[in-house]
Design a protein around this ligand. Sequence first.
Ligand code: DON
Length: 353
Amino acid sequence: MLYRRFPARILIAVVIATTFVTVPFSGLAQQASPVAPNRAQVEAVVKEAYDKFRSDTSGKNADYIPFLAQVDSKMFGVAVVSTDNQVFSMGEIKYAFSIQSISKVYTLALAMEELGAARVFDRIGSEPTGRPFNSVPAVVDMTTHTGNPYVNAGAIATTSLIAGKDANEKWNKILDFYSKAAGEKLTLIDEVYKSEAATNAGNKALSMLLAKYERIYAEPFESVDIYTKQCSVGVNVVQLARMGATLANNGKNPASGEQVIKPENVPYILSSMMMAGLYDGSGGWAWKVGLPAKSGVGGGIVAVVPGKGAIAVFSPRLDEAGNSVKAQRVIEYVANKLDFNLFSPRSVGLKGE
Ligand code: DON
């Protein structure tokens, strides 16, 4: 009998050994990337960063969206997903926070899938505003009026580019696209949507101003409503890191293997993240970190390391520009320790003196 030849202790040992050998990371890994980071190094550095910044209480929750003011500001989660689908995460990894402005990246990607990059560039632009994300003067002053796809005005205009027979069809397309980038079905957080929809007169004003300049491409308030829904999509920090890793992996989700975004569109998305992903904090971010990233007032930031992977951090306390303080610190620390800064020759292995 089998159990006589293989006593329980040996069987258990075999099962454990096989588990570690065959599922060392997250299971569905695609073919190993030649530049994916070393797991042990990433783990060690992320743990260091987590411990170093966990008790940092700088900044405060967004409060202009009433729901966000109530979110537990102590929550803190970090996730790294590599282009070969290694997953490493720490802290609060289950809580679904609202994606907020990080959604703008993926609506831009969808608009480019539908219209091509040139038309989207023509209708939206990619100039940093140097102003807060909800600035009215920026819409008036900038020659494009829309600025770039990541400030509210440019993002609402980008959402208005998504085709569909009605608002529902457009919204469902957007949600499906985000889900493909995350590799999991994402859903709307209804309380966030209601809270934001009840307080978004500023975004409605931006949409009307865009209409005056003929820089919105569907009915303005319908576009604001779809935009408000896209901002209210819930993601946990691992899902967000995987959305980033999809960009790092040339538009192909490293878990599902699906080509979600055309590879030729990825540099446009990432370069605009570098220029404007953290709004009027983007210049300081580029100086210190050198990675394309996008923040949301829900407390998430995702930074993309092209070819290697993405790091996402969730911590609700924000700085004046609306960017999570702790997320910036953690990503800066990890990027410096692991030589991720794209402007450094060290990022491609040239160590120098
Ligand atoms: O429209 C708004 O103001 C929010 N739904 C999104 C703003 C945001 O996330 C800015 N990011 N840091």
